[in-house]
Design a protein around this ligand. Structure first.
Ligand SMILES: C=Cc1c2[nH]c(c1C)Cc1[nH]c(c(CCC(=O)O)c1C)Cc1[nH]c(c(C)c1CCC(=O)O)Cc1[nH]c(c(C)c1C=C)C2
Length: 584
């Protein structure tokens, strides 16, 4: 990647979460660069979309991702962004111990089995006498004695788990998890891509169970010693916040960008594995869009159709049509954040174009339900449930319904609470303001960093109560399709709705025929290029693409976005955008 010259120009293709995050951070690190954001539609956000329902216009019905995992650095960056922009009151968390955090797996007789999230729930899961885990403990305990070579080659998730533990683990549990992340087939997904740590363990150990136990013990010992050491240093006043635990990226973010305190945030969020936003996930992309709109060096070109990207001596040219007119603009650099397939139509080289067509996506249909006045899922409150492969093995007649899982949106909403004390609005800062300027501009000139944050954390801890809405309602999202539609005719909207209604009746005992039209909202949305599939061979194709792009465009083109981030989540897009921008 080249470093863009002083006062140079850069184009971002795509205004989804990846494009906007990159542009936002770049405008901070390189305010001298002129940034043009190209978007083929007339809105920003890409697959993130949180419209109000089209019936009562009072309910947000998310058409894409809706929660963020706080274990990711990108989530801290998003929370920090809201804090920085004075909108802390919009960030909510779901506490670890809250009902809104319970996840289930559906067994083949339509019972919800709680997935493990603690020692207690893990014990119950394994020994609680349910259909899914009958005999599972045996499979796990036998693993160290299963013969098998150390393998250095990539293989499918299913291949790996079935070889080490037998088919039951994959069919009943692992397949459900991968339905809930990639909407993907465990028979295709690559262990190297989706579980890189396990893949590394497998390269050096015969038993993953023994390797896990040894590493847990060693880690425990290391953490214990490290903890004592840190406690000692803190007592001596030697440990500064900028050395706080966390990744190198977070440390960079804290020192070079944040006007808040990400370590403090990280501490708060340890108790809250899930974040959601008051006005839906689209408020993240809207916030980024609005912040960028206020910067004179940033320009948007909506409704444009890019036909070509060409490398030349003076720079890299984008040919596009906008408002019926053809344009050719030269830039010093392009960051392409759209899908590889989208890019394949823009590049000249046929070999690269073909390579870019190789990565596949899962198509997913969402069906949103909003049922007024009653909570229909009070028997099994939680985040939602996933459906394992075994469900369709035992119910082959239902496979055409292709349900991957159901999200209990209303439970997440009912069990969330604000993560920031509204008083912390003083963290607000403007984009482009330096840390020093920000500190100077603090209300009353107070440096909040020196104000007993430990006390504040304790105060926040006390706030992790569960809030329930006064008005009862049920909001659900059914997710269908994914790998089940790989080689099948995809059902049309009407069939999908019939299937969804049948699923509600069978799996949740909700009969929509008994609910009045006035109390019911149903919407559906289809995503064709939903989630990139990190299938076996994907890493090699990705590397081939990156190498070819490098040779052909000599560092003037970078490709990012979900296919190249190493993760398919919204936080991955944000942290990757930061990483790229910070090095320009
Ligand atoms: C039923 C289908 C889906 C549900 N969510 C997604 C699909 C396809 C999409 C999705 N879920 C996750 C990611 C990655 C995001 C990230 O931040 O890393 C994506 C793209 C996260 C996720 N969701 C579940 C798990 C186990 C994970 C990974 C790790 C974690 O957060 O703990 C579980 C889950 N997903 C869905 C449901 C109903 C569900 C559990 C009950 C919906």
């Amino acid at each position: 990647m080249t470093i863009v010259r002083k006062a140079g120009s850069l184009a971002v293709i795509g205004s989804g979460i990846s494009g906007l995050s990159f542009a936002y951070y770049l405008s901070y690190f390189r305010p001298d660069i002129k940034i043009t954001i190209f978007e083929k539609s007339s809105r920003t956000g890409g697959y993130i979309s949180s419209p109000l329902d089209n019936k009562s216009h009072k309910v947000i019905l998310e058409k894409g991702p809706r929660t963020l995992r706080t274990a990711s650095d990108g989530t801290l960056m998003i929370a920090d962004l809201f804090q920085r922009c004075g909108r802390c009151d919009e960030v909510y968390g779901v506490a670890k111990t809250s009902l809104g955090n319970k996840k289930y797996i559906l067994d083949w007789q339509n019972h919800l089995v709680e997935a493990p999230s603690s020692f207690y729930t893990a014990w119950n899961f394994l020994f609680g006498g349910n259909l899914l885990t009958k005999g599972l403990i045996n499979d796990i305990l036998k693993e160290p004695w299963r013969p098998g070579p150390i393998i250095t080659q990539d293989e499918s998730v299913e291949g790996f788990f079935s070889r080490r533990f037998g088919p039951r683990v994959t069919d009943n549990v692992v397949s459900a998890i991968y339905n809930g992340i990639y909407a993907g087939d465990v028979g295709d997904l690559s262990i190297r891509s989706v579980m890189p740590r396990l893949f590394d363990v497998k390269k050096s150990h015969r038993s993953v169970v023994l390797a896990h136990i040894t590493s847990r013990l060693a880690n425990g010992l290391f953490t214990g010693v490290k903890g004592l050491f840190r406690a000692g240093l803190t007592m001596l006043g030697l440990l500064k916040k900028k050395w706080g635990g966390g990744s190198d990226l977070l440390r960079h973010y804290q020192c070079e960008f944040s006007t808040g305190n990400v370590w403090f945030l990280k501490n708060i969020l340890k108790k809250m594995p899930i974040i959601s936003l008051k006005n839906g996930m689209e408020s993240v992309t809207n916030l980024l869009r609005d912040q960028l709109q206020g910067i004179s060096n940033v320009k948007y070109v909506y409704d444009c159709d890019i036909s070509g990207i060409k490398n030349g001596e003076k720079g890299i040219t984008i040919s596009y049509t906008h408002n019926g007119t053809e344009h050719r603009d030269i830039f010093d650099h392009i960051n392409c954040t759209v899908s590889p397939k989208g890019l394949s139509d823009m590049v000249e080289d046929p070999k690269l174009s073909n390579l870019l067509k190789a990565p596949t996506y899962s198509k997913v249909r969402l069906v949103n339900f909003y049922l007024r006045n009653k909570n229909y899922i009070q028997d099994s409150p939680g985040f939602g449930y996933l459906i394992p492969k075994a469900y369709y093995k035992h119910n082959p007649g239902l496979k055409h319904q292709a349900i991957l899982g159901v999200i209990f949106d209303s439970d997440v909403e009912k069990h969330r609470s604000q993560i920031f004390n509204p008083a912390t609005k003083r963290f607000s800062a403007k984009l482009g303001e330096t840390v020093e300027e920000y500190k100077r501009n603090l209300i009353n000139g107070e440096d909040w960093k020196n104000k007993g944050t430990d006390k504040e954390i304790a105060q926040y801890k006390g706030e992790f109560h569960e809030v329930s809405s006064t008005q009862e309602y049920t909001k659900l999202t059914l997710m269908m399709g994914g790998h089940y539609w790989k080689n099948e005719v995809i059902p049309n909207e009407a069939t999908a709705l019939l299937n969804a209604k049948d699923v509600l009746k069978k799996q949740l005992n909700i009969d929509l025929n008994e609910i009045s039209e006035d109390d019911l909202i149903i919407e559906t949305a289809m995503t064709d290029e939903g989630i990139p599939q990190y299938n076996v061979g994907f890493e090699d194709t990705k590397q081939e693409i990156l190498d070819k792009v490098d040779v052909l465009y000599q560092g003037k083109l970078t490709v990012s976005g979900m296919s190249f981030n190493g993760g398919v989540g919204v936080p991955d897009c944000v942290s990757n955008g930061y990483k790229l921008a910070a090095h320009m």
